[in-house]
Write a new protein. Structure first.
Length: 265
């Protein structure tokens, strides 16, 4: 009986995730972003030809950064609309009239967008791969796909941030807050080093708090190393993956706590 109940619980999450994926795929902006990134990758080939002997590094740098930036765009603007769209259309009442709990709804929406990001990231990664094969940079494909994996992990964290904010705020403010987190997260390590250089106890406390509370997105910055054909060691991959899972679990727990107490009347 317990196993059947657990199976039903996760099957409902799967159904919500599948529907969220379908809704995101129907959004034309996703196709436009993929096409734009693929075109950008093609342009990188021609730009690389203008940089004597640096075609491979140019393609990798432009391609990976494009994947991150446009993936972040999807995570932020689609992520904040996953919950608010259902509330504005009042379809949330019909959903909760069924045997679906609020945590199931939120987790399902999150997983659906993560699946969308996985597909888009993979397509963009294939575009970079094709460009590298064209210029004879196939020896760095392992490094590129390691960087693509880190980009996907970062986008999963960013999506969790977007959903957490959207669980209690308006779409515009949620997008703005998530963008700030995205920017601060990339500079959190630098901020802590800057505070240490100042020597102020107050500055250390403030920036130390930011460092530990905000997601440390600099952990996922393997794009520069990938351009030089370097590979991350297995221990680093495991540690960063574990950090990602724990941080996402904390964010979704906070989002569920807030969303479960929200009054839609």
């Amino acid at each position: 009986m317990r196993r059947s109940s657990n199976t039903n619980y996760f099957s409902q999450i799967f159904v919500i995730a599948k529907n969220a994926f379908r809704e995101a795929v129907r959004d034309r902006i996703l196709y436009n972003l993929v096409v734009f990134v693929l075109l950008l990758t093609g342009a990188a080939i021609f730009l690389g030809e203008l940089t004597a002997g640096q075609e491979v590094r140019t393609i990798i740098n432009l391609g990976l950064n494009a994947i991150l930036l446009f993936g972040a765009f999807i995570a932020i603007f689609v992520g904040v609309g996953l919950v608010s769209k259902e509330i504005e259309k009042r379809t949330v009442y019909a959903i909760f009239a069924k045997p679906v709990t609020r945590p199931q709804f939120l987790i399902g929406k999150y997983l659906g967008l993560c699946l969308t990001l996985l597909v888009n990231t993979a397509v963009m990664g294939i575009g970079v791969t094709l460009a590298l094969l064209y210029v004879g940079g196939g020896d760095r494909l392992a490094s590129v796909w390691a960087a693509v994996f880190f980009v996907f992990l970062e986008l999963c964290v960013l999506t969790a941030v977007a959903i957490t904010f959207s669980s209690f705020s308006t779409p515009a403010l949620s997008a703005l807050f998530t963008f700030f987190i995205f920017v601060i997260g990339h500079f959190s390590s630098s901020l802590r080093e800057f505070a240490a250089a100042l020597g102020s106890a107050g500055a250390k406390a403030v920036f130390g708090t930011i460092y530990y509370v905000m997601p440390n997105l600099s952990l996922y910055g393997f794009r520069t190393q990938a351009a030089y054909g370097l590979l991350p060691d297995a221990a680093a991959v495991a540690a960063i993956t574990g950090y990602t899972i724990v941080y996402i679990a904390i964010l979704l727990s906070i989002a569920n706590f807030i969303f479960s107490r929200r009054n839609f009347k």
